[in-house]
Design a protein around this ligand. Structure first.
Ligand SMILES: Nc1nc2c(ncn2[C@@H]2O[C@H](COP(=O)(O)OP(=O)(O)O)[C@@H](O)[C@H]2O)c(=O)[nH]1
Ligand SMILES: [Mg+2]
Length: 429
């Protein structure tokens, strides 16, 4: 997904990496490259210009923290501004009315029917009794598609032969009330192009039923076209949000990057595949961190700044430089990291490390055992982990901590990994 953009960002950042100072010229070049990247990704020119201007302001205005490298300030600004670009309105779904009516709109082939199924399954997980209502009265194939999708995935489908759209939805509402369904999802008709008939239909649904959510489903593969049709649908029926589909495809990314600014409506979900479970809530911050491929460096820097005192960092840095990182430090680090959030999350954030370090043993429930094992070591052993290349010592520690020899051995391996990991970690201060 959007790999090309990630790769380009990574190239741009690598040029300024490890420069002690980023000059005005460096910044100019970087901003120009970002501009080019966005334009080539098919983002609207006006949006790109605004973006780059506000980015520049942000970077120039940012206080240079002593412990941060200039490149980090730039990455952080790009991050913050991209998050801003993706943030508009309320990304939650609001179920209002009895039943709550959610309608999905969009062009033919954008993924409405598929997404209706995905949402129904998701809502059922939330505990909502959800009924799928076929609202394309013209194409029998559309009716059958939704019906089959429902049967395949044990979803509730509203069977009907009513050919008047408004009556059909009225029937569905009546059925829902009788059968205790609290949510209706309307799979509205699509067209190859937006036409008046379709818009009239959607407006009638709007006047008669006032759906609490009107979600535009946009095919991200169609780039700027998706953005343009989102605009038209928004002007006609004032959509409440957007779902972008086919984010698993090899698109330029322009749709994702421009749609929010273009319609000032939030992306609520993204879909990355045809399978019923290929839907996820959209979180701008997570999305951007993946897009930038910076392994959440920004979050890491922020969190670390807040929690690690400068002197402690320096102390650790010195130890690492001296090649010393013993079990006493290990214990301190575990405690520090725990304050920052779930360990697995934190480790995943470390650039170049996430994914590579095996996380088993680092889960929360194991941390206590790790502490017990370290507490069972003698002071000498903690200071000199090499001493633990010794069977009887390992056995003693296992016994003393109520764990097993295998677990102690695993801890020794983890300690080595942690040492390696913190070497990377150190590069970001
Ligand atoms: N790869 C991929 N294909 C999708 C996704 N969502 C929908 N599709 C496919 O896109 C095609 C059109 O989807 P459909 O739901 O029928 O679109 P509709 O005409 O708007 O109802 C189908 O072949 C779907 O399987 C997605 O997120 N990823
Ligand atoms: Mg359909």
């Amino acid at each position: 997904m959007l790999e090309r953009i990630t790769e380009r960002f990574s190239n741009i950042f690598s040029k300024i990496k490890n420069k002690g100072k980023v000059t005005e010229d460096d910044l100019k070049v970087t901003l120009r490259e970002i501009k080019l990247l966005l334009l080539e990704a098919d983002v609207n020119y006006r949006i790109v210009n605004d973006f780059v201007n506000s980015l520049k302001e942000d970077i120039v205005g940012k206080e240079v923290y002593r412990s941060l490298k200039p490149e980090h300030i730039i990455i952080k600004s790009v991050n913050d501004k991209l998050v801003e670009l993706f943030s508009a309105g309320d990304r939650e779904l609001h179920f209002k009315g009895n039943p709550a009516i959610i309608s999905l709109v969009g062009l033919q082939g954008s993924g409405k029917t598929t997404t209706c199924g995905k949402l129904a399954k998701l809502f059922q997980k939330y505990g909502r009794r959800t009924l799928l209502v076929p609202c394309d009265i013209k194409r029998p194939a559309a009716y059958d598609q939704l019906k089959q999708l429902s049967e395949k995935n044990s979803l509730n489908f509203f069977k009907t032969s009513q050919n008047d759209l408004i009556k059909r939805i009225e029937d569905a509402v009546g059925f829902a009330l009788r059968e205790n369904f609290d949510t209706l999802i309307l799979d509205t008709a699509g067209r190859l192009h937006i036409d008046e008939e379709l818009m009239d239909e959607l407006k009638r649904i709007e006047t008669e039923f006032k759906p609490c959510e009107k979600i535009f489903v946009g095919d991200s593969l169609t780039g700027q076209d998706a953005v343009n049709s989102a605009k038209t649908f928004n002007e006609m029926i004032n959509i409440t949000g957007v779902i972008l589909t086919k984010m698993d495809g090899d698109q330029k990314g322009g749709a994702a990057l421009s749609i929010v600014k273009s319609v000032e409506k939030p992306i609520k979900f993204i879909c990355k595949g045809e399978h019923i479970d290929d839907i996820e809530k959209f979180y701008p911050d997570r999305f951007v961190s993946r897009l930038l491929g910076m392994g959440d460096i920004v979050t890491l820097v922020e969190k670390t700044e807040n929690l690690m005192k400068e002197e402690e960092t320096l102390k650790l840095e010195k130890k690492l430089k001296d090649g010393k990182f013993d079990f006493e430090d290990y214990l301190v680090q575990i405690k520090q990291l725990r304050k920052m959030g779930p360990l697995t999350e934190i480790i995943k954030m470390i650039p170049g490390v996430g994914g590579k370090v095996k996380l088993s043993g680092m889960e929360e429930e194991n941390v206590k055992k790790v502490e017990a094992m370290i507490n069972s070591m003698t002071k000498e052993e903690r200071k000199n982990p090499e001493l633990l290349n010794n069977k009887s010592r390992v056995k003693r520690i296992a016994k003393g901590s109520g764990t097993s020899v295998a677990m102690v051995k695993q801890l020794l391996v983890q300690h080595k990994n942690m040492k390696k990991m913190l070497k990377n970690f150190k590069d970001y201060f």
